[in-house]
Design a protein around this ligand. Structure first.
Ligand SMILES: Cc1ncc(COP(=O)(O)O)c(C=O)c1O
Length: 369
């Protein structure tokens, strides 16, 4: 078998409906259909446009200076966009460079397709910020693709606009494509990055309605690029897998993007308020450390060395006893002292979740677990 389950998705699928306090999720907590006022009564439930519904492509294209609707494909989540782009570009034996840590399918897809994957590592010592000179040292004559994610999941770190420009120039100068996952772009606490696809002919932006809009259940995302070659090849792949997007999902996405500013402002306010709650909680804990996130609704704290013997036992105890959910480092191919904390939930859920993490840590330390 080429493809294997990702430990992250396995963890989610096993526990997400069994817990009450979800402080692991990477999305702003979910919009409900009855909040949206979308009229579906006369919606034809036929196959959709294979590129995505034209009005939707138009609205997405407005987010990319200099691009038009013909340079956008609307997909079943950013996941399908990532799969289509990578499968369009690589052959077994090609070399790809993927930022790490990252949402795992960014590296699992090229790995499963037989690529030689090098990690471009973000480290807490460098505030999880990318160092473009290090990126350059990873490029080989066989490199086909560089894949970066900023704002980053799971660290919440940002690339600076200058560093993004340097990464794009580097990719262009080596004839390499750059996939830029900008799913959290709208949720920067400071200045937002420009849509990366606008910045170069070999850049592919991917993004999603799942995270910043709180709509993972509709499975809508997109890719945008000036590269006709990539767009056409990605269409050929998606026609083999899903053909088109769900009609109901496209109608919901369209309605939300028509009111984009309202939803994004709400999500920004929510994320900014919640991160402050996490910040004061972190300050109260001498057994945890972190790099405060610069965007989004996730961070990657770690249990300080020596504080507890077995972090995994704590994550299991949180699920089984405290009905609370964080994501263990192993789900990101990291040491288990790291865990992803998601603060996109309701304020009450977040406070309850943090309190339970604290209790589980205190308990483990008292028992020297
Ligand atoms: C950075 C990033 N990209 C892509 C995805 C996939 O999202 P979706 O397929 O729901 O759009 C995720 C989900 O966690 C993510 O965090």
């Amino acid at each position: 078998m080429w493809f294997q389950r990702m430990p992250l998705e396995d963890w989610f699928d096993t526990y997400q409906y069994a817990i009450e306090y979800d402080v692991g999720e990477s999305a702003v907590k979910y919009l409900r259909f009855d909040e949206l006022n979308v009229d579906l009564d006369t919606l034809p439930l036929r196959y959709g446009y294979h590129w995505g519904r034209p009005e939707l492509r138009q609205l997405v294209a407005q987010q990319y200076e200099g691009l038009d609707a013909n340079q956008v494909m609307v997909t079943n989540g950013a996941s399908e966009a990532n799969f289509a782009v990578v499968a369009a570009l690589v052959e077994p034996g090609d070399h790809v460079i993927i930022e790490h840590p990252n949402y795992p399918s960014l590296y699992e897809v090229p790995r499963s397709l037989g690529c030689d994957v090098s990690f471009f590592r973000l480290s807490p010592q460098n505030q999880f910020r990318p160092d473009v000179s290090e990126l350059e040292s990873l490029i080989t004559p066989k490199t086909k693709l560089i894949s970066l994610t900023h704002p980053n999941n799971p660290t919440g770190s940002m690339i600076s606009e200058d560093a993004l420009g340097e990464a794009i120039a580097l990719a262009e100068s080596h004839g390499v494509y750059l996939l830029f996952d900008e799913t959290y772009r709208e949720l920067a606490f400071g200045k937002r990055l420009p849509g990366a696809a606008s910045l170069g002919p070999r850049v592919i932006s991917i993004s999603s309605m799942s995270k910043s809009y709180g709509l993972p259940g509709i499975r809508i995302g997109w890719l945008a690029s000036k590269s006709r070659e990539i767009l056409d090849a990605a269409l050929a792949i998606r026609e083999q897998v899903t053909i088109a997007n769900g009609a109901i999902s496209e109608a919901i996405a369209l309605s939300v993007l028509q009111r984009k500013d309202e939803f994004i402002r709400r999500a920004q306010r929510h994320a900014a308020a919640n991160v402050e709650l996490v910040r004061s909680w972190m300050e109260s804990r001498d057994d945890l450390d972190w790099v405060p996130p610069q965007a989004g609704v996730v961070a990657l704290p770690w249990i300080v060395t020596g504080a507890v013997a077995d972090p995994c036992a704590i994550y299991r105890r949180l699920v089984d006893h405290y009905k609370t959910f964080v994501i263990p480092g192993r789900c990101f191919e990291l040491d288990n002292h790291f865990f992803r904390l998601g603060y996109g939930g309701t304020t009450d859920e977040l406070l309850q979740g943090l309190e339970r993490i604290g209790r589980a840590l205190d308990e483990a330390r008292a028992r020297r677990m």
